[in-house]
Design a protein around this ligand. Structure first.
Ligand SMILES: [Mn+2]
Length: 447
Protein backbone atom coordinates (compact mmCIF):
# COMPACT_ATOMS: atom_id res chain seq x y z
CA UNK A 1 0.00 0.00 0.00
CA UNK A 2 1.33 3.39 -1.01
CA UNK A 3 0.93 4.95 2.43
CA UNK A 4 3.35 2.61 4.13
CA UNK A 5 6.25 2.50 1.71
CA UNK A 6 9.55 3.78 2.99
CA UNK A 7 10.12 7.40 2.00
CA UNK A 8 13.57 6.47 0.68
CA UNK A 9 12.06 4.07 -1.86
CA UNK A 10 10.69 5.37 -5.14
CA UNK A 11 7.47 4.13 -6.74
CA UNK A 12 9.68 1.76 -8.78
CA UNK A 13 11.04 0.22 -5.57
CA UNK A 14 14.49 1.75 -6.09
CA UNK A 15 16.26 3.15 -3.06
CA UNK A 16 16.89 6.79 -3.86
CA UNK A 17 19.97 8.81 -3.15
CA UNK A 18 19.89 12.60 -3.26
CA UNK A 19 23.56 13.40 -2.58
CA UNK A 20 24.04 14.81 -6.09
CA UNK A 21 21.19 17.28 -5.55
CA UNK A 22 22.60 18.33 -2.16
CA UNK A 23 25.98 18.90 -3.79
CA UNK A 24 24.37 21.07 -6.49
CA UNK A 25 22.68 23.15 -3.79
CA UNK A 26 26.03 23.72 -2.07
CA UNK A 27 27.62 24.80 -5.34
CA UNK A 28 24.76 27.20 -6.04
CA UNK A 29 24.95 28.64 -2.51
CA UNK A 30 28.61 29.50 -3.16
CA UNK A 31 27.59 31.23 -6.41
CA UNK A 32 24.86 33.18 -4.61
CA UNK A 33 27.20 34.46 -1.89
CA UNK A 34 25.47 36.84 0.54
CA UNK A 35 21.81 36.62 -0.45
CA UNK A 36 18.65 34.54 -0.54
CA UNK A 37 17.13 32.60 -3.47
CA UNK A 38 13.59 31.27 -3.93
CA UNK A 39 13.00 28.45 -6.44
CA UNK A 40 9.38 27.22 -6.71
CA UNK A 41 8.35 24.04 -8.51
CA UNK A 42 5.64 23.97 -11.21
CA UNK A 43 1.88 24.34 -10.65
CA UNK A 44 -0.54 21.53 -11.34
CA UNK A 45 -2.36 22.38 -14.58
CA UNK A 46 -6.01 21.73 -15.37
CA UNK A 47 -6.58 19.75 -18.57
CA UNK A 48 -10.36 20.07 -18.67
CA UNK A 49 -13.14 20.30 -16.09
CA UNK A 50 -11.60 18.93 -12.87
CA UNK A 51 -8.96 16.72 -14.53
CA UNK A 52 -5.30 17.72 -14.34
CA UNK A 53 -2.44 17.04 -16.72
CA UNK A 54 0.05 14.61 -15.17
CA UNK A 55 2.19 16.76 -12.88
CA UNK A 56 5.65 17.66 -14.20
CA UNK A 57 7.97 19.42 -11.73
CA UNK A 58 9.90 22.54 -12.66
CA UNK A 59 13.30 21.47 -14.05
CA UNK A 60 15.38 23.94 -12.00
CA UNK A 61 13.63 22.93 -8.79
CA UNK A 62 14.07 19.24 -9.64
CA UNK A 63 17.77 19.71 -10.45
CA UNK A 64 18.37 21.08 -6.95
CA UNK A 65 16.06 18.82 -4.95
CA UNK A 66 14.82 15.66 -6.67
CA UNK A 67 11.60 16.40 -4.77
CA UNK A 68 8.60 15.24 -6.83
CA UNK A 69 5.59 16.94 -5.24
CA UNK A 70 3.69 20.04 -6.37
CA UNK A 71 3.21 23.01 -4.01
CA UNK A 72 6.88 23.09 -3.02
CA UNK A 73 9.38 25.93 -2.83
CA UNK A 74 13.14 25.71 -2.21
CA UNK A 75 14.84 28.58 -0.39
CA UNK A 76 18.63 28.83 -0.33
CA UNK A 77 20.77 31.30 1.52
CA UNK A 78 24.47 31.70 0.81
CA UNK A 79 27.15 33.44 2.84
CA UNK A 80 28.75 32.19 6.05
CA UNK A 81 25.90 30.05 7.42
CA UNK A 82 24.14 28.67 4.35
CA UNK A 83 20.64 27.23 4.80
CA UNK A 84 18.67 25.03 2.41
CA UNK A 85 15.00 25.13 3.25
CA UNK A 86 12.11 23.23 1.68
CA UNK A 87 8.50 24.28 2.00
CA UNK A 88 6.20 21.37 1.08
CA UNK A 89 2.75 19.87 1.63
CA UNK A 90 1.97 18.38 5.01
CA UNK A 91 1.07 14.74 5.52
CA UNK A 92 -2.66 14.28 4.97
CA UNK A 93 -4.20 10.80 5.36
CA UNK A 94 -7.41 11.80 3.57
CA UNK A 95 -5.58 13.21 0.51
CA UNK A 96 -3.03 10.38 0.53
CA UNK A 97 -5.82 7.81 0.30
CA UNK A 98 -7.08 9.54 -2.86
CA UNK A 99 -3.89 10.86 -4.51
CA UNK A 100 -0.98 8.92 -3.05
CA UNK A 101 2.00 9.27 -0.76
CA UNK A 102 3.22 12.64 0.51
CA UNK A 103 6.58 13.02 2.22
CA UNK A 104 5.60 15.80 4.57
CA UNK A 105 8.24 18.17 6.02
CA UNK A 106 9.76 15.70 8.48
CA UNK A 107 10.51 12.85 6.04
CA UNK A 108 11.48 15.36 3.32
CA UNK A 109 14.19 16.81 5.55
CA UNK A 110 15.59 13.38 6.38
CA UNK A 111 15.45 11.86 2.88
CA UNK A 112 16.51 14.87 0.78
CA UNK A 113 19.00 16.41 3.20
CA UNK A 114 17.59 19.94 3.63
CA UNK A 115 18.78 21.89 6.67
CA UNK A 116 15.16 22.87 7.46
CA UNK A 117 11.67 22.04 6.19
CA UNK A 118 8.30 23.70 6.82
CA UNK A 119 4.71 23.22 5.67
CA UNK A 120 3.97 25.20 2.50
CA UNK A 121 1.24 27.08 4.42
CA UNK A 122 4.02 28.75 6.48
CA UNK A 123 5.72 30.32 3.45
CA UNK A 124 3.86 33.66 3.51
CA UNK A 125 4.58 34.04 7.20
CA UNK A 126 8.28 33.07 7.08
CA UNK A 127 9.40 34.52 3.74
CA UNK A 128 9.78 38.15 4.95
CA UNK A 129 12.09 37.03 7.76
CA UNK A 130 14.17 35.03 5.25
CA UNK A 131 14.48 38.11 3.02
CA UNK A 132 15.18 40.60 5.83
CA UNK A 133 18.83 41.59 6.20
CA UNK A 134 19.87 39.98 2.90
CA UNK A 135 21.62 42.32 0.44
CA UNK A 136 20.53 40.29 -2.59
CA UNK A 137 17.30 38.55 -3.62
CA UNK A 138 17.19 35.97 -6.42
CA UNK A 139 14.20 34.16 -7.94
CA UNK A 140 12.88 33.31 -11.44
CA UNK A 141 11.78 36.89 -12.19
CA UNK A 142 8.73 37.03 -14.45
CA UNK A 143 8.34 33.26 -14.81
CA UNK A 144 5.04 33.14 -12.90
CA UNK A 145 3.05 36.31 -12.27
CA UNK A 146 1.37 34.94 -9.13
CA UNK A 147 4.79 34.20 -7.62
CA UNK A 148 6.06 37.66 -8.71
CA UNK A 149 3.15 39.22 -6.80
CA UNK A 150 3.79 37.20 -3.65
CA UNK A 151 7.49 38.06 -3.80
CA UNK A 152 6.77 41.80 -4.07
CA UNK A 153 4.39 41.55 -1.10
CA UNK A 154 7.07 39.85 1.03
CA UNK A 155 9.63 42.43 -0.07
CA UNK A 156 7.31 45.32 0.81
CA UNK A 157 6.66 43.85 4.24
CA UNK A 158 10.44 43.88 4.84
CA UNK A 159 10.74 47.44 3.45
CA UNK A 160 8.01 48.53 5.86
CA UNK A 161 10.25 47.55 8.75
CA UNK A 162 13.31 49.51 7.61
CA UNK A 163 12.82 52.16 10.33
CA UNK A 164 13.12 49.49 12.97
CA UNK A 165 16.64 48.77 11.74
CA UNK A 166 15.88 45.89 9.35
CA UNK A 167 17.45 46.19 5.89
CA UNK A 168 15.81 45.08 2.64
CA UNK A 169 17.65 43.71 -0.41
CA UNK A 170 18.72 46.29 -2.97
CA UNK A 171 20.03 43.86 -5.56
CA UNK A 172 17.68 41.62 -7.57
CA UNK A 173 18.68 38.93 -9.94
CA UNK A 174 17.18 36.06 -11.91
CA UNK A 175 18.30 32.82 -10.24
CA UNK A 176 17.83 30.96 -13.53
CA UNK A 177 21.01 32.44 -14.97
CA UNK A 178 23.20 30.73 -12.35
CA UNK A 179 21.35 27.39 -12.56
CA UNK A 180 21.33 27.38 -16.38
CA UNK A 181 25.10 27.68 -16.33
CA UNK A 182 25.42 24.71 -13.92
CA UNK A 183 23.01 22.58 -15.95
CA UNK A 184 25.14 22.98 -19.09
CA UNK A 185 27.76 20.66 -17.61
CA UNK A 186 26.17 17.35 -16.66
CA UNK A 187 27.48 15.61 -13.54
CA UNK A 188 27.99 11.84 -13.22
CA UNK A 189 24.53 11.17 -11.87
CA UNK A 190 22.94 13.11 -14.74
CA UNK A 191 25.04 11.33 -17.37
CA UNK A 192 24.01 7.98 -15.94
CA UNK A 193 20.33 8.89 -16.22
CA UNK A 194 20.76 10.37 -19.70
CA UNK A 195 22.41 7.15 -20.91
CA UNK A 196 19.39 5.22 -19.67
CA UNK A 197 16.97 7.61 -21.34
CA UNK A 198 18.94 7.39 -24.61
CA UNK A 199 19.11 3.60 -24.44
CA UNK A 200 15.35 3.21 -23.94
CA UNK A 201 14.56 5.61 -26.78
CA UNK A 202 16.95 3.73 -29.10
CA UNK A 203 15.14 0.46 -28.31
CA UNK A 204 11.85 2.17 -29.19
CA UNK A 205 13.20 3.26 -32.60
CA UNK A 206 14.42 -0.28 -33.31
CA UNK A 207 10.98 -1.61 -32.43
CA UNK A 208 9.30 0.98 -34.69
CA UNK A 209 11.47 -0.08 -37.62
CA UNK A 210 10.60 -3.73 -37.04
CA UNK A 211 6.87 -3.05 -36.73
CA UNK A 212 6.38 -0.78 -39.75
CA UNK A 213 4.57 -2.17 -42.82
CA UNK A 214 2.77 -0.42 -45.71
CA UNK A 215 -0.90 0.24 -44.93
CA UNK A 216 -0.41 0.71 -41.19
CA UNK A 217 -1.29 4.06 -39.64
CA UNK A 218 1.19 6.47 -38.11
CA UNK A 219 -0.52 6.15 -34.71
CA UNK A 220 0.05 2.40 -34.67
CA UNK A 221 3.79 3.04 -34.83
CA UNK A 222 3.46 5.77 -32.19
CA UNK A 223 1.82 3.16 -29.94
CA UNK A 224 4.84 0.86 -30.37
CA UNK A 225 7.14 3.71 -29.26
CA UNK A 226 5.03 4.57 -26.23
CA UNK A 227 4.82 0.95 -25.13
CA UNK A 228 8.57 0.53 -25.40
CA UNK A 229 9.24 3.75 -23.41
CA UNK A 230 6.87 2.81 -20.63
CA UNK A 231 7.76 -0.86 -20.30
CA UNK A 232 11.37 0.10 -19.55
CA UNK A 233 10.29 2.55 -16.87
CA UNK A 234 10.45 5.88 -18.72
CA UNK A 235 7.77 8.06 -17.13
CA UNK A 236 6.59 9.66 -20.39
CA UNK A 237 7.68 10.81 -23.83
CA UNK A 238 10.03 13.81 -23.54
CA UNK A 239 7.87 15.69 -26.11
CA UNK A 240 4.99 14.75 -28.42
CA UNK A 241 6.32 12.03 -30.77
CA UNK A 242 6.54 12.93 -34.44
CA UNK A 243 5.56 9.93 -36.60
CA UNK A 244 5.43 11.37 -40.09
CA UNK A 245 4.94 9.29 -43.24
CA UNK A 246 5.71 10.57 -46.74
CA UNK A 247 4.89 14.27 -47.24
CA UNK A 248 4.22 14.66 -43.51
CA UNK A 249 7.97 14.24 -43.00
CA UNK A 250 8.39 17.71 -44.53
CA UNK A 251 6.25 19.24 -41.75
CA UNK A 252 8.85 19.87 -39.05
CA UNK A 253 6.51 19.66 -36.03
CA UNK A 254 3.92 17.18 -37.37
CA UNK A 255 2.27 15.47 -34.37
CA UNK A 256 -1.17 14.46 -35.70
CA UNK A 257 0.19 10.97 -36.45
CA UNK A 258 -3.13 10.02 -38.10
CA UNK A 259 -2.27 9.11 -41.72
CA UNK A 260 -1.82 5.72 -43.37
CA UNK A 261 1.72 4.73 -44.42
CA UNK A 262 2.13 4.38 -48.17
CA UNK A 263 4.34 1.81 -49.86
CA UNK A 264 7.55 3.35 -51.27
CA UNK A 265 7.34 6.33 -48.90
CA UNK A 266 9.66 7.21 -46.02
CA UNK A 267 8.71 7.33 -42.36
CA UNK A 268 10.36 10.01 -40.23
CA UNK A 269 10.15 9.41 -36.47
CA UNK A 270 11.36 12.03 -34.00
CA UNK A 271 10.71 10.59 -30.56
CA UNK A 272 12.42 10.41 -27.18
CA UNK A 273 11.46 9.58 -23.64
CA UNK A 274 11.84 11.16 -20.22
CA UNK A 275 13.56 9.17 -17.48
CA UNK A 276 13.63 10.70 -13.99
CA UNK A 277 13.29 14.11 -15.66
CA UNK A 278 15.95 13.62 -18.36
CA UNK A 279 15.09 13.72 -22.06
CA UNK A 280 16.37 11.71 -24.97
CA UNK A 281 15.72 13.01 -28.48
CA UNK A 282 16.23 10.69 -31.47
CA UNK A 283 15.19 10.97 -35.10
CA UNK A 284 15.38 8.13 -37.58
CA UNK A 285 14.03 8.00 -41.15
CA UNK A 286 13.45 4.71 -42.97
CA UNK A 287 11.46 3.27 -45.88
CA UNK A 288 7.95 2.05 -44.98
CA UNK A 289 8.44 -1.13 -47.03
CA UNK A 290 11.97 -1.76 -45.79
CA UNK A 291 13.88 -0.83 -48.98
CA UNK A 292 15.05 2.66 -50.00
CA UNK A 293 14.19 3.82 -53.56
CA UNK A 294 17.22 5.15 -55.51
CA UNK A 295 16.13 8.79 -54.96
CA UNK A 296 15.51 8.18 -51.24
CA UNK A 297 18.88 6.48 -50.98
CA UNK A 298 20.65 9.41 -52.67
CA UNK A 299 19.12 11.90 -50.25
CA UNK A 300 19.60 9.68 -47.20
CA UNK A 301 23.29 9.19 -47.94
CA UNK A 302 23.77 12.97 -48.02
CA UNK A 303 22.01 13.52 -44.68
CA UNK A 304 23.92 10.65 -43.08
CA UNK A 305 27.25 11.99 -44.37
CA UNK A 306 26.30 15.44 -43.03
CA UNK A 307 25.40 13.97 -39.66
CA UNK A 308 28.64 11.99 -39.38
CA UNK A 309 30.66 15.08 -40.33
CA UNK A 310 28.77 17.12 -37.73
CA UNK A 311 29.31 14.53 -34.99
CA UNK A 312 33.03 14.57 -35.77
CA UNK A 313 33.02 18.35 -35.26
CA UNK A 314 31.69 17.92 -31.70
CA UNK A 315 34.71 18.06 -29.36
CA UNK A 316 35.90 20.08 -26.40
CA UNK A 317 37.04 23.55 -27.42
CA UNK A 318 35.08 23.62 -30.71
CA UNK A 319 32.66 26.51 -31.23
CA UNK A 320 28.99 25.56 -30.77
CA UNK A 321 28.35 26.71 -34.36
CA UNK A 322 31.05 24.56 -35.93
CA UNK A 323 29.04 21.34 -36.13
CA UNK A 324 26.16 23.12 -37.83
CA UNK A 325 28.59 24.59 -40.36
CA UNK A 326 30.08 21.13 -40.97
CA UNK A 327 26.62 19.67 -41.68
CA UNK A 328 25.61 22.52 -44.01
CA UNK A 329 28.73 22.08 -46.14
CA UNK A 330 27.99 18.39 -46.77
CA UNK A 331 24.28 19.02 -47.42
CA UNK A 332 24.97 21.82 -49.91
CA UNK A 333 27.57 19.82 -51.84
CA UNK A 334 25.12 16.90 -51.93
CA UNK A 335 22.27 19.02 -53.25
CA UNK A 336 24.56 20.44 -55.96
CA UNK A 337 25.68 16.92 -56.93
CA UNK A 338 22.03 15.84 -57.25
CA UNK A 339 21.37 18.98 -59.37
CA UNK A 340 18.66 20.06 -56.95
CA UNK A 341 20.69 23.23 -56.36
CA UNK A 342 22.97 24.97 -58.89
CA UNK A 343 26.51 25.86 -57.83
CA UNK A 344 28.96 27.31 -57.30
CA UNK A 345 29.19 25.98 -53.75
CA UNK A 346 30.38 29.25 -52.17
CA UNK A 347 27.45 31.18 -53.68
CA UNK A 348 24.86 28.69 -52.37
CA UNK A 349 26.36 28.92 -48.87
CA UNK A 350 26.57 32.72 -49.06
CA UNK A 351 23.01 33.24 -50.35
CA UNK A 352 21.46 30.76 -47.93
CA UNK A 353 19.52 29.24 -50.85
CA UNK A 354 19.87 25.80 -49.26
CA UNK A 355 17.49 26.91 -46.49
CA UNK A 356 14.59 25.94 -48.78
CA UNK A 357 15.62 22.33 -48.09
CA UNK A 358 17.31 22.72 -44.70
CA UNK A 359 15.67 25.44 -42.63
CA UNK A 360 16.59 24.54 -39.06
CA UNK A 361 19.76 24.47 -36.98
CA UNK A 362 21.72 21.26 -36.49
CA UNK A 363 21.10 20.85 -32.77
CA UNK A 364 20.45 22.11 -29.27
CA UNK A 365 21.46 21.43 -25.67
CA UNK A 366 19.72 18.41 -24.13
CA UNK A 367 19.00 17.60 -20.49
CA UNK A 368 16.07 18.04 -18.14
CA UNK A 369 14.41 20.06 -20.90
CA UNK A 370 14.48 18.69 -24.43
CA UNK A 371 15.65 22.10 -25.64
CA UNK A 372 17.77 22.46 -22.56
CA UNK A 373 18.70 25.70 -20.82
CA UNK A 374 22.04 27.42 -21.25
CA UNK A 375 23.12 30.14 -23.62
CA UNK A 376 24.61 29.34 -27.01
CA UNK A 377 26.84 32.39 -27.01
CA UNK A 378 28.93 34.41 -24.57
CA UNK A 379 29.66 38.10 -25.12
CA UNK A 380 28.26 37.88 -28.64
CA UNK A 381 30.48 34.95 -29.61
CA UNK A 382 29.52 31.29 -29.98
CA UNK A 383 30.21 29.27 -26.84
CA UNK A 384 32.98 26.67 -26.91
CA UNK A 385 32.00 23.07 -26.17
CA UNK A 386 33.21 21.58 -22.89
CA UNK A 387 33.27 18.06 -21.41
CA UNK A 388 29.87 17.35 -19.84
CA UNK A 389 27.85 19.24 -22.46
CA UNK A 390 25.10 17.12 -24.02
CA UNK A 391 23.66 18.19 -27.37
CA UNK A 392 21.74 16.83 -30.32
CA UNK A 393 23.12 16.48 -33.86
CA UNK A 394 20.20 16.49 -36.29
CA UNK A 395 20.69 17.59 -39.88
CA UNK A 396 17.91 16.99 -42.40
CA UNK A 397 16.64 17.53 -45.94
CA UNK A 398 13.03 18.36 -46.79
CA UNK A 399 12.01 18.43 -50.45
CA UNK A 400 8.51 19.69 -51.17
CA UNK A 401 6.89 19.23 -54.60
CA UNK A 402 8.44 21.64 -57.11
CA UNK A 403 8.32 21.30 -60.90
CA UNK A 404 11.99 22.33 -61.13
CA UNK A 405 12.94 19.18 -59.21
CA UNK A 406 12.58 15.58 -60.55
CA UNK A 407 9.39 13.98 -59.23
CA UNK A 408 11.30 11.11 -57.59
CA UNK A 409 12.57 13.56 -54.96
CA UNK A 410 9.18 15.05 -54.07
CA UNK A 411 7.99 14.67 -50.49
CA UNK A 412 11.26 13.23 -49.28
CA UNK A 413 11.71 14.38 -45.69
CA UNK A 414 14.77 13.01 -43.89
CA UNK A 415 16.29 13.84 -40.51
CA UNK A 416 18.84 11.83 -38.54
CA UNK A 417 19.32 12.82 -34.92
CA UNK A 418 21.56 11.52 -32.15
CA UNK A 419 22.31 12.67 -28.60
CA UNK A 420 25.99 13.37 -28.05
CA UNK A 421 27.99 13.84 -24.85
CA UNK A 422 31.14 15.95 -25.11
CA UNK A 423 33.99 14.08 -23.39
CA UNK A 424 37.55 15.02 -22.40
CA UNK A 425 38.91 13.59 -25.64
CA UNK A 426 36.02 14.00 -28.08
CA UNK A 427 32.47 12.71 -27.95
CA UNK A 428 30.26 9.82 -26.97
CA UNK A 429 27.11 9.13 -29.02
CA UNK A 430 24.56 8.12 -26.38
CA UNK A 431 21.98 6.93 -28.91
CA UNK A 432 24.20 4.76 -31.10
CA UNK A 433 22.03 1.66 -30.48
CA UNK A 434 19.47 2.96 -32.98
CA UNK A 435 20.64 1.90 -36.48
CA UNK A 436 21.16 4.58 -39.11
CA UNK A 437 23.36 2.99 -41.81
CA UNK A 438 21.26 2.00 -44.85
CA UNK A 439 22.41 -1.64 -44.75
CA UNK A 440 21.66 -1.94 -41.03
CA UNK A 441 18.14 -0.50 -41.43
CA UNK A 442 17.30 -2.65 -44.46
CA UNK A 443 18.56 -5.84 -42.86
CA UNK A 444 16.73 -5.13 -39.57
CA UNK A 445 13.49 -4.47 -41.47
CA UNK A 446 13.80 -7.65 -43.54
CA UNK A 447 13.92 -9.84 -40.40
MN1 LIG B 1 16.01 17.62 -31.28
Amino acid sequence: MALTRSPKTSARGVVQDFRAQAQRRRRLQKEIGEGVAFIPTAHEQLRNADTHYPFRFNSHFWYLTGFPEPESVLVLTGGKSPRSILFCRQKNMEREIWDGYRYGPKAAQQVFGFTETYPIEALDELAPSLIAGQPKLLYPIGADSSFDTRMMNWLNIVRGKVRSGISAPSEFSDIRGLIDEMRLIKDRSEIRTMRRSAHIAAQAHIRAMMATKPGMFEYEIEAELLHEFRRHGAQSPAYPSIVAGGANGCILHYIENSAPLADQSLLLIDAGCEVDGYASDITRTFPVNGTFTPAQRDCYEIVLAAQLAAIKAVKPGALFTSYHDAAVKVLVQGLIDLKILKGPFARVIESGEYKRFYMHRTGHWLGLDVHDVGSYSLNGKARRLAPGNVLTVEPGLYIRPDRAIPRAFWNIGIRIEDDVLVTETGRDVLTSDAPKEIDDIESLMSE
